[in-house]
Design a protein around this ligand. Structure first.
Ligand code: NZQ
Ligand code: ZN
Length: 407
């Protein structure tokens, strides 16, 4: 096992009715900005419940944070925060709202010229952020208990010298950008997160399935690498995988089954709150390839993972051999026969599991063919996404081959 330092400061309030407690966790004099997405929390009454819990506090709202939250959408909220001396943020929604709020927390305190720089250096220079809490409505990303966020930028404004001479000023042109970048900083852990499984009953089946696949792949990114004799981490990871495998189909069949929703919700949080990743090698190549697919083609985050992962496991089967065999045995009960066949079967079982949840596992299912490869690889190159993987052996050429095999 590798050395590690682990500290997770986020308080979790788990269970039905817990929204009522948030008033005790936010200073009475706080000036609060509630952030949310495209309206589900308004339609299903969660926003009203949150506002009731905040009582008489000064409170503003900023909605319309879209899936794959963008710089363009978020920057007006940075202005709103500064203008109104907001000093506490409360995110109510899924991973996109929470990630967007992490960006707001850091951007509002940013002293440099453009807070997009937070993404360009991966969060390394974030010195300060506003405190915030979350009310989670979609179990998937783990953002409610981690310090990472993913922000997209779709267009950039480029200054061009005006044609009639340098002193005549500049004109701006809009250029499409298609960047989806990650930042992380210990300063953007939520102070608290409310996880009420009953608030997830209203999720469309597609979003529930997205959450199951995202959490499953988060575990595999930290588990399916190479062994370092980390038994607790391995068995915790296997416990989360088995829970997702059992409870995922149950939740889809019975959307209002509280216990199944509760197990799914806690599994998704545990999949990416740092615990199972302590002291072990980590991969994350599936995510890096997937982010480029979302940025260029607009697939949901989990849809990209369901497409890339089976192809990546097949390509990396030698480097991952020992853990693939362990995964085959402990998750899929595959203990008999030739090693190569067990690995093939474990990858096929993973693909079948995703398909059984209603997820597609081929780029061609989304109308994406080999004509897309050059642009995807160029973006990986532009973002410095090479080499990737726990052994840093996934070159741009290998990424291209993985994407090609995913068609
Ligand atoms: O916008 P509204 O109207 O609220 O609808 C949302 C949205 O359309 C809907 N929804 C959420 N809760 C609902 C609900 N609908 C009905 N009932 C509810 N209770 O679901 C849709 C998708 O929401 P979104 O927040 O985009 O989904 P998710 O939680 O999967 O988040 C995806 C984002 O998180 C990033 C992804 O890249 C993507 O941008 N990730 C963040 C990570 C992190 N911070 O650690 C790690 C992940 O790997 C991931 O990259
Ligand atoms: Zn993910």
């Amino acid at each position: 096992m590798y050395n590690f330092s682990f500290h997770n400061p986020t308080r979790i309030l788990f269970g039905q009715g817990q929204i009522a407690q948030i008033g005790d966790l936010i200073p009475a004099a706080a000036r609060v900005l509630i952030t949310f997405g495209g309206g589900s929390v308004v339609r299903f009454g969660i926003l009203d419940e949150v506002k009731a819990a905040l009582g008489e506090r000064f409170c503003l709202e900023f909605g319309a944070i879209e899936p794959n939250p963008s710089y363009e959408t978020l920057m007006p909220a940075v202005e709103l925060i500064r203008r109104n001396n907001i000093d506490f943020l409360l995110a109510v929604g899924g991973g996109s709202v929470i990630d967007g709020t992490k960006y707001l927390a850091a951007a509002a305190c940013w002293v440099g010229s453009d807070p997009w720089d937070i993404l360009l250096d991966g969060g390394a220079t974030v010195q300060k952020a506003l405190p915030f809490g979350t009310v989670l409505t979609l179990p998937a990303t783990g953002s409610e208990m981690n310090c990472g966020a993913v922000i997209s930028r779709n267009v950039t404004r480029v200054a061009l010298p005006a044609a009639n001479g340098a002193n005549a000023g500049v004109s701006l042109i809009t250029k499409s950008q298609h960047d989806k970048l990650v930042f992380s900083s210990p300063r953007v852990y939520p102070q608290f997160s409310v996880l009420d499984p009953s608030k997830t009953y209203t999720l469309p089946a597609q979003q529930t399935a997205n959450g199951i696949v995202d959490a499953y792949v988060h575990v595999l990114e930290q588990y399916l690498t190479f062994p370092v004799d980390a038994k607790v981490q391995d068995r915790f990871a296997e416990g989360v995988l088995l829970t997702l495998k059992e409870e995922g189909p149950r939740v889809l069949a019975e959307p209002e089954n509280y216990d199944a929703r509760a197990n799914l919700m806690w599994a998704a949080t545990m999949a990416l709150n740092g615990l199972i990743g302590c002291g072990v090698p980590q991969d994350w190549a599936t995510h890096m390839l997937g982010h480029e697919v979302t940025a260029l083609h607009g697939l949901d985050h989990a849809q990209t993972l369901a497409v890339v992962l089976p192809s990546l496991l097949a390509a990396q089967r030698d480097a991952k051999r020992q853990k693939l065999l362990q995964y085959a045995a402990r998750i899929w009960g595959l203990t008999e026969g030739d090693e190569q066949r067990r690995i093939d079967s474990a990858i096929a079982c993973t693909r079948d599991f995703f398909e059984s949840l209603g997820m597609k596992t081929r780029l061609s299912d989304y109308g994406i063919g080999s004509e897309a490869l050059d642009a995807l690889v160029a973006k990986l190159d532009q973002h410095g996404r090479y080499p990737l993987g726990e052994r840093q052996d996934i070159t741009l050429e290998r990424s291209r081959a993985i994407l090609a095999a995913a068609i």
